[in-house]
Design a protein around this ligand. Structure first.
Ligand code: FAD
Ligand code: NAD
Length: 405
């Protein structure tokens, strides 16, 4: 009898967790498992702010996929997904195609630019290993060039971060720790460096606990960040950005580096393949399948699940992606064993910790507020936990943050 083929697209948090759970749950005679990913490595998206600021080397945030999958059970294809042909149940790749009986779309998200002019050309993103490396190297280049130029252009040392959500704040935490090192390395006067964070909402970290937000703002201000709150980026140019408050006339902030960290949308493959989506994210059924497509699951940043308590979508996080991966693995195992009753996904929120650099953070964990070194410790626990869930203790020993204090 022909074995069913399970195809998983994306080896991020959701896709890789689904794969390692499926390889345990399913016997080789029950199904073929195929994992497709652009690179032969997985990267910890949740550590990219560190690689982007240069406080952690980019090789530390990634590991080989072959280190965690069982090659006797999983066929890994390194390729880029171009489109999903849902009618013919096949996935078009850059270098070929692959057919499926069951499909898991776990391709992550993309920066949401809201169509703002100039962002794609002039702003840097914190999106993957390569974008993070480019951002880090760009900042270093600005420092190195400033040092060498005869007529100094102070705007080279001006860095603007668009968005004071979790990504923007975590990046600022790392950046403010890195700046004194950079100034020392490149013989630059630290007083010349200007860091501005522009946030459209009336507050930093909208929706988060106000006391913790105040703590984060005062810590970052103390380290030199200027916050422009209730101010939106309207355009990015080769010289910097244009910003505006409400209906006021836009004004210019000159900057040698503009970082866009103002939210994510679902992967473009979703809309390109004709699935119904809201900002690229598919509103999935409680069993994580796409309505009308019984063989297709979507998890992670490309999926959308409503938090019934507030009637708004859950923010896309690694935490939710991994919990979805666990459920999808069990649901696919049930389907190939002809069980029609599938598990319903329910998000179990363990809390949120937002890093403010190596030794500082804020968070709400199991309902309790934490700050400072205690929160920074918890952040490392969370980071190591993600490694443990995918690759067990050996991966934690190899890639983990073992310098806990
Ligand atoms: P990802 O983990 O992004 O993986 C997607 C995978 O698909 C990647 O391997 C990518 O290479 C691959 N891929 C993409 N397109 C293609 C294609 N066309 N073909 C083939 N492969 C492709 N969340 C938390 O819960 N806690 C945190 O502390 C936290 N910190 C964060 C810090 C930063 C700086 C950022 C940017 C995000 C953070 N998040 C955090 C959010 C979290 O990282 C994402 O929600 C999570 O990565 C989503 O997981 P995913 O499996 O959907 O996608
Ligand atoms: P976000 O949507 O959480 O925050 C984006 C911020 O940008 C918002 O505050 C928004 O008001 C602002 N913004 C939007 N348009 C703007 C404009 N034109 N000008 C200025 N500001 C603008 O996005 P994010 O921070 O990129 O995070 C993406 C996802 O990843 C979220 O779900 C987040 O929870 C998650 N994440 C979690 C952690 C963590 O748990 N530690 C860390 C990073 C990211």
């Amino acid at each position: 009898m022909r074995k069913p083929k399970i195809v998983i697209l994306g080896a991020g948090y959701g896709g890789l967790l689904t794969t390692v759970r499926l390889q345990k749950l399913i016997g080789v005679n029950e199904a073929d498992i195929v994992l497709v990913n652009k690179n032969d490595y997985h990267y910890e998206t949740t550590w990219l702010h560190e690689a982007s600021a240069g406080t952690l080397h980019h090789d530390k945030v990634r590991y080989d996929i072959s280190a965690v999958i069982d090659r006797s059970k999983v066929n890994f294809i390194q390729d880029t997904v171009v489109e999903i042909n849902k009618d013919e149940k096949k996935v078009m790749l850059e270098k070929g195609e692959v057919e499926y009986d069951y499909l898991v779309i776990a391709l992550g998200g993309e920066p949401e630019t809201f169509g703002i002019k100039g962002l794609k050309e002039f702003a840097f993103g914190i999106t993957n290993v390569n974008s993070s490396r480019q951002l880090r190297e760009h900042i270093e280049y600005q420092f190195a060039t400033y040092n060498m130029e005869e007529v100094k252009d102070d705007n080279r040392l001006s860095i603007v971060v668009g968005g004071a959500g979790f990504t923007g704040i975590e990046f600022l935490g790392e950046l403010t720790n890195r700046i004194p090192e950079l100034c020392h390395e490149y013989d630059v006067d630290q007083n010349k460096v200007k860091i501005t964070c522009v946030e459209a909402a009336p507050t930093v970290l909208p929706g988060f606990d106000q006391e913790l937000v105040n703590y984060a703002v005062s810590q970052l201000e103390r380290k030199g960040v200027e916050f422009l709150i209730g101010t939106a980026i309207k355009e990015a140019t080769s010289e910097g950005i244009l910003v505006a408050k409400g209906d006021q006339e836009p004004w210019e902030i000159k900057a040698g580096t503009v970082v866009w960290a103002a939210g994510v949308r679902g992967n473009a493959i979703i809309e390109k393949s004709g699935f119904e989506a809201m900002r690229g994210r598919v509103k999935v059924q409680p069993d994580l399948r796409i309505p009308g497509f019984d063989a297709v699951f979507v998890i992670g940043d490309s999926s959308l699940i409503i938090n019934e308590e507030i009637n708004r979508p859950y923010p896309p996080t690694a935490q939710i992606a991994m919990q979805q991966g666990e459920v999808v693995a069990r649901n696919i195992a049930a389907l190939i064993r002809n069980k029609q009753q599938l598990e319903t996904f329910k998000f179990d929120n363990k809390g949120t910790v937002c890093s403010l650099g190596e030794d500082d953070a804020i968070g709400v964990v199991f309902g309790k507020k934490i700050t400072g070194s205690k929160a920074a410790f918890m952040k490392k626990v969370v980071d190591n936990r993600a490694l443990y869930m995918i690759g067990g203790a050996s991966l934690v020993l190899k890639k983990g943050k073992l310098n806990m204090f």
